[in-house]
Design a protein around this ligand. Structure first.
Ligand code: GRF
Length: 193
């Protein structure tokens, strides 16, 4: 049976689309069973509709408390029988209930070579710092922000004087290729286990 994958996203969803296309093409052997979005206005929800992928959206503001929000997420993953979660531009920390229910089953993508430039605006910060290279990291999550065991990293060299927008575009290109291939590697590991 195929692994049932959920993507969590908060924004435009270009990584969600790249994962969905890789699933469709058979490059990621999973059922993309759910998109969860914590912002009912986010563009990624339109992408899910266009692609015919089930989507659920609610925000902590729709819940009685942070604990209630976390509990609803646990119930959601259980209802959709989700094996693996890919965070793709999901702008919140994952709380204890999900970390326990899906231990070592939640991945995140981050646009820098962690531990450098964690948090928001990583590409702009690396660009401003004038680094010669930055890149993309995919890691399992833990209770921290952009911490947790690294699964894969790919470096992106920064050309002197390169505009930020060009660097952003090149990093996103790497993200869209690397995330599906890492997901497939992780899913293949499930089958061997
Ligand atoms: C990506 O750069 C990802 O690495 C970061 O948030 C961004 C999400 O972009 N965590 P998108 O919504 O997938 O286009």
């Amino acid at each position: 049976m195929k692994a049932r994958l959920a993507v969590f996203a908060s924004g435009t969803g270009s990584n969600f689309v790249s994962i969905a296309k890789a699933v469709e093409a058979g490059q990621v052997e999973a059922d993309l069973a759910l998109l969860f979005c914590d912002n009912p206005q986010a563009g990624v929800l339109d992408r899910a509709t266009e692609l015919g992928i089930p989507a659920v959206a609610f925000s902590p503001a729709d819940c009685e408390s942070r604990t209630d929000y976390e509990q609803r997420l646990c119930t959601l993953l259980s209802d959709y029988r989700i094996d693996l979660v890919a965070l793709a531009g999901y702008m919140r920390i994952i709380g204890a209930p999900l970390l326990v229910s899906h231990a070592n089953k939640i991945l995140n993508i981050h646009p820098s070579l962690l531990p450098d430039f964690p948090g928001r605006d990583s590409i702009a910060e690396a660009h401003k710092a004038g680094v010669a290279q930055t890149g993309v990291t995919i890691h399992y999550i833990d209770e921290g922000i952009d911490t947790g065991p690294v699964i894969a990293q790919e470096a992106v060299h920064v050309s002197p004087g390169e505009p930020l927008s060009v660097l952003e575009e090149r990093i996103h290109e790497v993200e869209h290729r690397l995330y599906p291939s890492v997901l497939q590697r992780v899913i293949s590991g499930f089958k061997e286990a």
